[in-house]
Design a protein around this ligand. Structure first.
Ligand SMILES: [Mg+2]
Length: 366
């Protein structure tokens, strides 16, 4: 048996290449990447991480360093699911969901890195290896882009070979949103898959109205039309708006996904391993989706999710998110131009190796 002898936490605050806007979080100038390095007494190291849209990253790093480290030290790193449970119950009373789900995620991903490296397997194979590829869409944070820039950006996705794109909604008027949907559909043609994301900006009534107005444009799904806790609202939007709904980036525990499926409605669950308790939490949601005959999709951290999704028989869509974490790794996301699908890495481990030199200027004390 090997033992965890150290848990080192680092915090990076990285400026975005340009200022980006969505409907509820406003302007994004930075993203944050707390990174965890877990070392064992037999000389192995696993690296895990989480990310934020610019707020809370320091607190997450502190939570790992002050609380979760103590849970992990001297434990057997092979017992990943048991450690996930210990971390959850360790801080459950003060932090169920929220920051805890991010902090646990970073540690859990490092443990999976250790597990996959020990097995000498790439993550997608360790998790079942259904495929090494998954459908992928370009998802920009583009609410503040003028129309010509919006179109240029979507053309860029098509030029990359992608067969699916998503835009943000939540302009001052619904008419402006629909005008942008119409223009993008005209640009991409009838064969490219098209999704939209309202980032929780609407009431249920407004979302139903919007859904009806966008029906002529063959929208695959309307993402986060309203606040994530309004399970009944999601059901009403889907039924009365005659549209498929997506969501999950703002759900923090697998049980919240169960509530959304059982008491509300979601056609495309989108768990994000960085905020639903890591790979262990993500897999619980993927299995839940499968038992309900639903596909599973993702939000953010495409460089990791490509392996998680490719492994699944019920894989939906990988979001190629605008926070370019993968640009700070040795293998930015790979798209197969022949079919527009994202390709999982073959190296043993989680397949995310940070470029430490590139990250170095953004390392920040916490
Ligand atoms: Mg979204």
């Amino acid at each position: 048996m090997s033992k965890i002898i150290d848990v080192i936490t680092e915090y990076y605050r990285i400026p975005l290449p340009e200022i980006m806007e969505d409907a509820k979080h406003g302007l994004h100038t930075h993203f944050e990447v707390p990174i965890v390095k877990i070392t064992t007494d037999d000389g192995r190291t696993g690296v895990g991480y989480t990310y934020t849209g610019g707020f809370g990253g320091e607190s997450i790093a502190k939570l790992i360093d002050k609380e979760l480290k103590a849970v992990l030290i001297n434990q057997d790193p092979s017992c990943v699911e048991s450690l996930w449970d210990k971390m959850n119950w360790g801080i459950h009373y003060v932090a169920r969901g929220g920051l805890a789900s991010f902090a646990i995620a970073a540690c859990d991903i490092a443990l999976w890195d250790l597990r996959a490296k020990k097995a000498d397997e790439p993550l997608y194979k360790l998790l079942g290896g259904h495929s090494n590829k998954v459908k992928c869409y370009g998802g920009a944070i583009d609410l503040n882009f003028p129309l010509d820039k919006l179109l240029k950006n979507n053309q860029k996705y098509l030029d990359m070979g992608l067969k699916a794109v998503k835009i943000k909604l939540g302009q001052k008027t619904l008419a402006e949103d629909i005008e942008r949907i119409k223009a993008v559909r005209e640009l991409i043609g009838p064969d490219v898959t098209f999704m939209v994301d309202a980032n929780m900006s609407w009431s249920v009534e407004k979302a139903i109205k919007a859904a009806k107005l966008m029906n002529p444009y063959d929208i695959l799904f309307l993402e986060e039309p309203t606040i994530p806790e309004d399970y009944e609202g999601y059901a009403r939007i889907a039924e009365e708006g005659h549209i498929a709904v997506a969501g999950g980036e703002n759900l923090r525990t697998p049980i919240e996904f169960m509530h959304m499926i059982n008491y509300g409605h979601v056609d495309f669950p989108q768990p994000d391993a960085s905020n639903v308790g890591g790979i262990t939490g993500w897999l619980k949601v993927a299995a839940l989706a499968q038992t309900h005959n639903l596909s599973v999709s993702t939000h953010g951290m495409q460089e990791l999710h490509v392996s998680l999704l490719a492994a699944q028989p019920n894989a939906g869509y990988l979001e190629m998110h605008s926070f370019p974490i993968d640009q700070y790794t040795t293998r930015p996301l790979v798209i197969d131009k022949t079919d527009g699908m994202a390709v999982a890495p073959e190296e043993p481990g989680i397949g995310v190796t940070f470029d430490w030199e590139k990250l170095a200027p953004y390392k920040t004390s916490f």
